[in-house]
Design a protein around this ligand. Structure first.
Ligand code: GRF
Length: 202
């Protein structure tokens, strides 16, 4: 894709459909960054918290709908027009169509709130993940940041960090601990990944 050859600035799209706390941390981290700019927020859910965050930082939003995403052009022309060279999935629940997987191969990351390959796959999101971890009596959980391929929560793992699961944890208390890890690590891993791509100036 031609945008990958622009060595001066990588334009990043954040795909998110939830509260957007990770999106906020990422946007804050890259404010004023000399090589990486958060150029677009892509969202499929009207009213999602992430839309307010995008507005707070004056970041353009692309609102997407199912039919065109899955059975049309997957919004690839819009992403190309916006010069997007890298995609970050931060709480985005739809499966990524193959047109985007192919166009952004090696240029798309996801964060998952557990230690993959355990507790991943279709339906494993949000509190369902933490409920499963607690029900299995795990002593440890954590986060996984991985490249995106054609399967849910699959693709090469780039980073994991762990935290304890304590005896009286609920999904909510564990989720808080996991969010702290996500907020600490996601943006620096994105930065490191982008800066190590071929053709990006370091
Ligand atoms: C995060 O826990 C992330 O791991 C998962 O979705 C959640 C998004 O949370 N993929 P937020 O919207 O960033 O607060």
């Amino acid at each position: 894709m031609s945008t990958f050859t622009d060595t001066s600035l990588t334009r990043v799209a954040i795909f998110a459909s939830g509260a957007g706390s990770n999106a906020r941390k990422i946007i804050e981290y890259f404010q004023g960054h000399p090589q990486i700019i958060i150029a677009l927020v892509v969202c499929n859910k009207p009213g999602a918290g992430v839309l307010n965050i995008a507005a707070d930082f004056s970041i353009p939003v692309l609102t997407i709908e199912k039919e065109r995403f899955f059975r049309g052009d997957a919004y690839l022309p819009d992403l190309q027009k916006a010069g997007i060279g890298f995609i970050v999935l931060a709480g985005f629940l739809w499966k990524i169509p193959s047109a985007l997987i192919t166009a952004y191969s090696g240029h798309m990351l996801n964060i998952h709130p557990a230690l993959l390959p355990k507790y991943g796959g279709k339906g494993m999101y949000g509190n369902f993940v933490h409920e499963a971890v607690i029900a299995a009596g795990e002593k440890e959980s954590g986060i996984t940041i991985h490249l995106v391929d054609g399967e849910y929560d699959h693709g090469g793992t780039l980073f994991q960090a762990t935290c304890e699961v304590v005896p009286d944890d609920t999904p909510a208390t564990l989720a808080r601990r996991i969010h702290e890890l996500e907020h600490l690590h996601f943006a620096p891993v994105i930065e490191k990944t982008i800066l190590s791509l071929p053709g990006v100036n370091r």
